[in-house]
Unconditional design. Sequence first.
Length: 363
Amino acid sequence: MTSAPQYFWKLFHWSWAVAQTDCIKDTLRGIDYEHALEPGHIRILKLLPGKDEEPLACDIFASILSVYEALSYCWGYEWDQELYYAPDRERYYGPFQELKKRGRITRNLGDALRALRPEEAPRYLWVDALCINQSDPDEKASQVRMMHEIYKSATEVHVWLGPADDTSRFGITAIQYFTDPAAVTTEAPWYSTNSDLYASGLSSLLDRPWFRRIWTVQEAALARKVTMICGHDQASWSTDLNSLRRLKFKIKFAATSPQWEYRPLHTVDLGPLLEVVETQLREVADVNGLRLENNLLDVVDQFRHREATDPRDKIYAMFNLAEGRRVQLDRIGDYSESREEAWERLATAIHSLDPDTEAQIGI
């Protein structure tokens, strides 16, 4: 029987191949892929160092699955960036016009490569548009079949969300809070008077195309480490089981807290971010032969958007929905307690189910 992660990867392979069909004709026009790849080999993009204002230059060579980072991004449609081919170089100082081979890449890919380009030494990346000979159907098919291993073997997967806007740094700061294990004793940044900016920043960030494309989420599923980048801001997390459990709990607990629900942040849909984390968690659990079950916090998160005239009724309903999950059902419907007291009891019940939850969610 095919496991859920294996099914998702088969769906991903098909979706990736279909989605790229209309975008491949202009990829690296003028740069030849001289030799066919041997079985089990991939191409690596050697991104040469440079300053912001300098043109992009690279080398491309074949290799077995070795030491490299991978880029996850949306291709885009504006083919207005130039990439120069400078083989056998550690750096190229120009003049770039002397380089005979160059190609056009999309603006979004160009922005991503500029964000990742180092100033001193080359960087070794796997980038689908450049490391696969898009004009060779056989090579494309074989590389798509290797996609699972390509992303699993990368030392890090960089998720390029696009250039920064007026509020995106607030969205990245919120994700940094979720992903930082050291933040368990610090106050969430949206507790400040800027909660409206965090709401706007997170909503804008999570509505970007990367979160809406099926293959990009799968690209992050097997990463050892993920770094989300927006402009010059970034947030990283490891994908070991404990780190992912902690991350999932912090996101869900924040989203169900009064500090979130009764501020502008209640309009933010964290579903796209949770989908990434939960996909990673399922993949890691599957690799380790574990079975994941929903708990009280999952129930709270699932039904938190349901409405009630009295806010306490939402909390009491959560307790009823959680019956059978080792939850104490005392004082259900005790309207002598305040909304805050009812929430504290719910938080205590969540903690009682897992002694590690308190450390995981920063309470």
